[in-house]
Design a protein around this ligand. Structure first.
Ligand code: SF4
Ligand code: SF4
Length: 428
């Protein structure tokens, strides 16, 4: 090309809904509209181009010359991006000026930032608006002896006798005080768990308090099916506006008792959900058999890591690339995951000894006797580890281009002692 001859120029546009992740020399593009993923490793010229696109002054639109497009890496990249509906190339002779694109930005919610930078400024009752779900262990008494008891509650919502050396039962006056404080929050759900909640001496009073709450949050009781045997007189306490009952099922199932519980629930018009706690493929089969034999239509399976079933988790829980593509996270979900952990954000748990946790796998925030719920929300927002426990902050995910696409960190990562429950990146 003659140097004096003016080079043709093109506008290269990266669509603003495309999620781009650059870690080291690895690049990943994800189109949330199609679920398609595009990856490059070690391509210096493509990395430079993407950095130019992402510069705030360019707003995802840059000019490319004909010469730049002769670079095979760049021309292939441009072709790929157009083919994956992630961007476009427009001849400047037919484009009038640069198109304006808004860059998606993750906005840290102001309250936490204001407190950190100027602690004397009040953010008032706003903090309570973050609270969405509270789980309360009302006692730790139970006459059963399930193998899962000491650790299942750290993986998913489940009863436990944890701390059973000292029999503990929540003070009903303290619970009343808690529900008064909760009036300031747009709570969507309160979970009530034990031990065996039927052994809670003030269950009728608790049921009345929940019934009297003006907010319309769901009130969910958790109990093991064997603890429902001969408890028909208590069933009425689980019935109320927005009340529901979740029944935990461990294996092996005691068929006669199971049948009796089902019959008495049916006779009393109690509509419950069954939560099967699963450690193996065999237990999945057993759960399936019970579901079909007893025509259960409201149930769910909850894998439990018992320290011996890693293979079961590898085969059934660990993510692979197909799972990620199938999940098709939206742009909103991706942005949210870069800021907070949507599984844990806004949740508090009160254990039977009164300890309050944002996550039972982390140390307590305070205690029910000494601290207010407001203070606990404040503490977790400002200094806590659970609500903001996100992949981009932890090893090895923070080095992986998929960190915003993968599901939020759950409690299984704590149980298995590794953050990458995946077959995608073997990063240790
Ligand atoms: S029913 Fe619940 S609290 Fe009782 S032993 Fe089993 S897991 Fe523990
Ligand atoms: S290493 Fe972490 S972020 Fe990467 S794919 Fe695995 S779980 Fe997801």
């Amino acid at each position: 090309m003659n140097k004096k001859q003016k080079q043709k120029k093109f506008l290269f546009i990266l669509d603003n809904y495309v999620h781009v992740s650059l870690k080291g020399n690895s690049l990943m593009f994800y189109n949330p509209l199609t679920g398609k993923i595009l990856e490059y490793t070690g391509s210096e010229s493509v990395i430079k181009l993407v950095k130019r696109l992402q510069s705030p002054k360019n707003l995802l639109v840059i000019r490319l010359t004909e010469k730049e497009l002769l670079n095979p890496e760049i021309s292939q990249f441009v072709r790929d991006l157009r083919g994956y509906l992630m961007g476009d190339l427009v001849d400047t002779s037919i484009a009038k000026g640069n198109p304006i694109q808004m860059m998606p930005m993750v906005k840290v919610h102001k309250d936490a930032e204001i407190i950190k930078t100027s602690p004397s400024r009040s953010v008032g009752e706003h903090m309570m608006l973050y609270l969405a779900e509270v789980s309360i262990y009302i006692n730790n008494t139970c006459s059963l002896d399930c193998e899962i008891c000491g650790s299942a509650y750290k993986q998913f919502l489940c009863c436990t006798r944890a701390g059973e050396k000292r029999k503990e039962e929540q003070d009903i006056l303290l619970l009343k005080h808690v529900f008064r404080q909760l009036k300031a929050s747009p709570l969507s759900r309160v979970n009530i768990l034990g031990g065996d909640i039927c052994k809670f001496s003030k269950l009728d009073e608790l049921s009345a308090i929940l019934n009297g709450q003006s907010q319309s949050f769901k009130k969910v009781f958790y109990i093991h099916y064997l603890n429902l045997l001969h408890q028909e007189e208590k069933f009425v306490l689980f019935r109320g506006d927005s009340f529901s009952l979740k029944i935990l099922v461990t294996f092996p199932v005691e068929k006669n008792q199971w049948k009796r519980v089902l019959e008495s629930l049916q006779a009393n018009g109690i509509d419950a959900q069954f939560l099967f706690i699963i450690c193996s493929e065999r237990e999945i089969t057993e759960a399936d058999e019970l579901v079909s034999l007893f025509h259960l239509d409201n149930y769910s399976l909850h894998p439990f890591y018992n320290g011996r079933n890693l293979l079961f988790f590898r085969q059934n829980i660990f993510l692979d690339r197909a799972d990620l593509q199938e999940a098709k996270p939206t742009s909103g979900e991706i942005l949210a995951r870069q800021l907070v952990n949507p599984l844990h954000f806004g949740t508090l748990t009160v254990l039977s000894n009164g300890d309050i946790h944002a996550n039972v796998n982390e140390s307590r925030l305070g205690t029910l006797k000494r601290d207010s719920i407001y203070d606990m929300v404040y503490k977790e927002m400002v200094r806590g580890k659970s609500w903001r426990r996100i992949r981009k902050r932890i090893e090895p995910c923070k080095r992986c281009t998929f960190e915003a696409l993968c599901p939020p960190l759950s409690n299984y990562e704590y149980a298995l002692g590794r953050n990458n429950l995946c077959h995608i990146r073997d990063m240790g």
